[in-house]
Design a protein around this ligand. Structure first.
Ligand SMILES: Cc1cc2nc3c(=O)[nH]c(=O)nc-3n(C[C@H](O)[C@H](O)[C@H](O)COP(=O)(O)OP(=O)(O)OC[C@H]3O[C@@H](n4cnc5c(N)ncnc54)[C@H](O)[C@@H]3O)c2cc1C
Length: 381
């Protein structure tokens, strides 16, 4: 094995988690004498998703932000809840803009080496060795964004549902959207009694991403999403003529599966494969940023990189919430109506960001006080 195949760190996966981690290392002088290999099977030159998230004030992502909003609404069959997000803003980034931004920054630093290969085996010894479809590499530490192989099988023993969706970016001739307000959830159109809703991100008065989303145990055929999208656009957006510019499809695990049990001294699981997707929401963009800040702090303090990445009490809340959605899926509309009607959106964002106080958490629990949650609470204990 030549010297060039050994790295201080190897990051498997140039997706959200891998590239955010590499960018953070690139901006920290602690890593300026470290060799870092970035292995991904894909060149990441396609816009494979849009990431949305909320945050306070300006941030380092603003230069690649596609659009941001200060207002949102949650619509149920009984209610329309208007939300003023300030001091938060809801922001969207197109993944291709993020990949290009990261590649441009990392390409300037010779310490970072992009390797376009498929990882087959990670062997965790004193040095970690990685076998790809073409080569073998070693590293002192590996950050691995692959989803553990046992996840699918073991998820049956965990509380797991799937956030699955299909969306269209549509373009209209006439002005059709309030470009200042996103629709976080619209429950007026549902698939039976299942937790299913439409999400609308208006990019302009004539262009928007319209997505039909489920939080359920099983996925549906593609034609089902199409029917609901067509129906929503016609009935609720009252649009007759439009062009579909782009399509986005996806599945995000919402699960109590303990991805972190795969972390070792030499291998840290990251991203979805590390359990960084918030189980109760499916969001992970900002979570990823926080986990990476913690990992870098740990490395610099000579601690295990994965130390203290999770907060136990929030994991418990997520589990109870998942249990209710899994056992009584028809309760979804009621739950979200209570969440957003009885708590300020700022408190909700703090709660979902795992930054709320115990007092705020008790108030949120109070707003959901019901037999369903009491049962789920005791079953989860
Ligand atoms: C369609 C979609 C939309 C989403 N929207 C949002 C959103 O709006 N907001 C939000 O917060 N979250 C969102 N998520 C959830 C989550 O943020 C994303 O899934 C995010 O991309 C997860 O980051 P990651 O790094 O774990 O995975 P990815 O970004 O998928 O990156 C993983 C990388 O690993 C590579 N890889 C995998 N296996 C191998 C292998 N064996 N060898 C080499 N390379 C490998 C893949 O090619 C890929 O590039 C969305 C998810 C999906 C699927």
């Amino acid at each position: 094995m030549t010297k060039n195949t050994h790295f201080d760190y190897i990051i498997i996966g140039n997706g959200l988690a891998g590239l955010q981690l590499a960018l953070k290392m690139n901006s920290d002088t602690f890593f300026s004498d470290k060799r870092i290999g970035l292995i991904d099977a894909s060149k990441k030159n396609e816009n494979d998703k849009t990431w949305s998230f909320w945050e306070k004030g300006p941030s380092k992502w603003d230069n690649i932000c596609y659009k941001s909003w200060q207002k949102a609404s949650v619509i149920t069959s009984r209610n329309k809840i208007n939300l003023q997000l300030s001091p938060y803003a809801y922001k969207t980034i197109k993944s291709l803009d993020f990949y290009n931004h990261a590649k441009q920054a990392l390409d300037k630093n010779d310490n970072f080496n992009f390797i376009i290969e498929h990882v087959n085996i990670v062997d965790d010894n004193t040095l970690v060795s990685i076998t790809t479809n073409k080569n073998k590499y070693t590293a002192n530490h590996v950050f691995d964004s692959r989803i553990p192989k046992t996840f699918k099988k073991e998820s049956l023993n965990n509380i797991s549902i799937i956030q699955h969706f299909k969306g269209w970016v549509i373009k209209t001739d006439a002005n059709s959207f309030d470009e200042k307000t996103i629709t976080m959830m619209d429950y007026r159109l549902k698939d039976g009694s299942q937790t299913s809703f439409t999400y609308v991100l208006p990019y302009s008065e004539t262009e928007a991403l319209v997505e039909f989303t489920y939080f359920t145990s099983a996925v549906v055929n593609e034609a089902v999403y199409d029917d609901y999208l067509k129906n929503y656009i016609k009935t609720f957006l009252k649009i007759e003529r439009y062009t579909i510019l782009e399509t986005e499809k996806g599945q995000i695990p919402m699960t109590s599966f303990t991805f972190e049990k795969f972390n070792t001294k030499n291998v840290t699981k990251i991203g979805t494969g590390g359990g960084w997707v918030k189980a109760s929401t499916g969001y992970s963009f900002k979570n990823t940023e926080k986990k990476i800040t913690r990992i870098i702090k740990n490395i610099k303090a000579h601690k295990l990189p994965s130390q203290n990445l999770f907060k136990t009490r929030f994991k418990f809340y997520d589990k109870v919430f998942l249990k209710v959605l899994k056992d009584e899926n028809e309760k979804g509309e009621w739950i979200f109506e209570q969440f957003y009607n009885k708590n300020s959106i700022q408190t909700m964002f703090r709660f979902l960001d795992e930054e709320s106080t115990i007092f705020e958490e008790l108030k949120i629990m109070g707003s959901l006080f019901s037999w369903s949650f009491i049962k789920a609470f005791f079953k989860t204990l």
